[in-house]
Design a protein around this ligand. Structure first.
Ligand SMILES: CC(C)=CCC/C(C)=C/CC/C(C)=C/CC/C(C)=C/CC/C(C)=C/CC/C(C)=C/CC/C(C)=C/COP(=O)(O)OP(=O)(O)O
Ligand SMILES: O=P(O)(O)OC[C@@H](O)CO
Ligand SMILES: [Mg+2]
Length: 229
């Protein structure tokens, strides 16, 4: 199933982290809707290819979330292209994308690309530091970015990113209300470690992302799939 609008759950694997074959098999066969390969630092073509080849043993859709042009390789089912709506640095909104278009645009298959309007809400995350996100967001700010993604830019995905931290449930709820009648899929990621947390966020977000918990709490993290399906 390659339509993100139909998904409820994804695991995000970090190419810069080790995962053994046994856990990788359990992740890929967990019933999750997709495995996303992505990270904000230490991502190389080599460690991306290593994960791609290993995930490809299983039928689960495999997606590359592009955070640098050097990591892009053919072979994934889909390519997620973040644009950080609340970055203070235009490079992370359209700058790097422009360079990629100029350099590699002719190689692109638009059907494989999904633009994600990111709103980074954890200022301490690596993603915030990398992309120059410095402003603390309140619920109204998150709501405004959700509206921008869903009603103004009409992006396929709004990604509320709390990477490393469990988010503000009121902000999640309000963003979901904004996006309910739009064609924009609401993806939430950040700090989900248990089935209960997955269930709570999953009441509002269309898709939940479980990242670090795979490495830190593998048994609990695998239970997040059933919690939202
Ligand atoms: C198939 C093929 C050969 C295609 C060729 C065509 C092609 C090159 C297509 C791509 C076109 C394109 C537009 C590319 C975009 C280029 C680019 C670099 C865009 C910038 C993307 C961006 C804004 C990245 C910002 C960083 C970000 C938001 C990353 C994602 C978030 C993330 C992974 C957070 C988690 O980080 P993590 O490392 O896990 O953090 P912790 O350690 O704290 O957990
Ligand atoms: O690693 P966690 O905190 O689960 O966050 C998942 C994902 O949103 C990171 O991009
Ligand atoms: Mg991570």
């Amino acid at each position: 199933m390659y339509d993100v609008h139909e998904w409820r759950h994804v695991f995000k694997l970090d190419p810069n982290k080790e995962i053994d074959d046994e856990l990788l098999e359990r992740v890929c066969e967990s019933g999750t809707d997709a495995v996303v390969v992505g990270g904000s630092d230490g991502v190389t073509l080599e460690n991306v290819l290593d994960l791609l080849v290993r995930v490809r043993r299983y039928p689960v859709p495999c997606v590359l979330e592009v955070s640098s042009i050097e990591m892009v390789t053919p072979g994934f089912d889909l390519y997620f292209i973040p644009t950080v709506l609340n970055s203070a640095d235009a490079n992370w909104i359209t700058g790097l994308h422009y360079e990629a278009m100029k350099e590699y645009g002719e190689l692109m298959n638009p059907d494989e690309l999904v633009v994600e309007g990111y709103c980074i809400a954890n200022l301490d995350s690596k993603a915030a530091k990398l992309t120059g996100v410095q402003m603390k967001l309140d619920v109204d700010d998150v709501t405004a970015y959700a509206r921008m993604a869903g009603q103004l830019l009409k992006l396929p995905v709004f990604y509320l990113e709390y990477s490393g931290m469990y988010g503000d449930i009121e902000a999640v709820q309000k963003a979901a209300n904004i996006l309910r009648d739009s064609d924009t899929t609401f993806i939430y990621g950040g700090g989900i470690q248990t089935a209960e947390q997955a269930k709570e966020i999953g009441q509002y977000a269309d898709v939940i992302v479980v990242g670090n918990a795979i490495y830190e709490y593998p048994e609990e993290s695998l239970k997040t799939v059933a919690a939202v399906k």
